[in-house]
Ligand binder design. Structure first.
Ligand code: AMP
Length: 281
């Protein structure tokens, strides 16, 4: 597998190849969710670049950044099946932030205001800064992002059209453990007891979907909070139902419009997010 630490090495390797390039940006500690993005990129492109960079500017909590899991050797092992067409790009900060390690300020017309944007200050400015840098430096044809971070996916789409970067943004479905827990690098930080209790998050979301026609949003939220907080290890940070088109939380579901539920739950100090689509009424 080719491993590069600077974007110039990646560019000069790909320079004369005139091939389609798919980019999968990650923060490492890879799992099957990441691999599903790489698989899709491998089907659709002649070369794949997987970047591994734990981006400091998107962490509002220094402890969260310090604790973020790292496992480069295991990551390479998971990527080995794709090695004939895969470039692993593992930069230091200065390759993506040549001047200061600070985020730029963006306006995504409200997409960035709620949920993760409200509870993690500066998070999306940090994400957009690093993704813009990756896009401008690596020139992929397509880039792959998971619906696990649905708000991030919509923001990247907006970034791409605002800056006219002409990259095709591909959204990929959430990959879950057998018990429904959305795969996440942070799951490795859970204690055995916490790991046992967290499947209740997706289970409760499914129960809410099953009652979607009878329950209003306030009832959904009460049900979610009660169900989650019955587990002593778990604390709900937020529960929102938002319109898929603009990601603005609503108090009532609008007929014939797409909506999603967005939740963030703390298991001890580990913060987990999940999202599901509601059916159209
Ligand atoms: P991260 O390394 O957490 O920044 O994630 C890198 C990419 O993988 C992002 O586009 C995520 O949305 C995506 N991703 C993370 N977990 C999953 C999952 N369980 N299913 C699908 N995509 C995921």
């Amino acid at each position: 597998m080719l491993v590069f630490t600077t974007h110039s090495e990646v560019r000069s390797f790909l320079k004369d190849k005139k091939k389609s390039i798919g980019l999968v940006p990650t923060m490492g500690a890879l799992h099957k969710g990441h691999v599903s993005l790489v698989e899709k990129a491998a089907q659709e492109n002649e070369w794949i670049i997987v970047s591994i960079f734990v981006n400091p500017t998107q962490f509002n909590n220094p402890e969260d950044l310090l604790k973020y899991p790292k496992s480069l050797e295991e990551d390479k092992f998971l990527l080995a099946p794709f090695k004939k067409k895969l470039i692993l790009y593992v930069p230091q900060s200065k390759d993506l932030y040549p001047e200061k390690l600070v985020s730029k300020t963006y306006n995504f017309g409200g997409l960035e205001k709620h949920m993760e944007g409200a509870f993690r200050e500066e998070h999306f400015n940090g994400v957009a800064t690093v993704v813009e840098s990756l896009f401008r430096k690596l020139h992929p044809n397509k880039a792959y992002f998971g619906e696990k971070d649905f708000q991030q996916l919509q923001i990247i789409r907006a970034l791409n059209s605002q800056l006219d970067l002409q990259i095709e943004i591909i959204g990929c479905p959430i990959i879950r453990e057998d018990d429904g827990l959305a795969m996440s690098s942070r799951n490795s930080l859970l204690s055995p007891a916490q790991r046992k209790s967290v499947p209740i998050i997706f289970k409760t979301l499914q129960e809410i979907i099953a009652h979607q026609k009878e329950w209003n949003i306030s009832k959904m939220e009460t049900y979610f909070r009660r169900s989650i907080e019955k587990e002593s290890q778990l604390k709900v940070e937020y529960f929102f139902v938002a319109k898929t088109s603009n990601l603005i939380p609503v108090k009532q579901i609008e007929k014939e419009k797409f909506h999603r539920i967005f939740v963030a739950v703390f298991a001890g100090k580990t913060r987990l997010i999940d999202t599901v689509e509601l059916g159209i009424l």
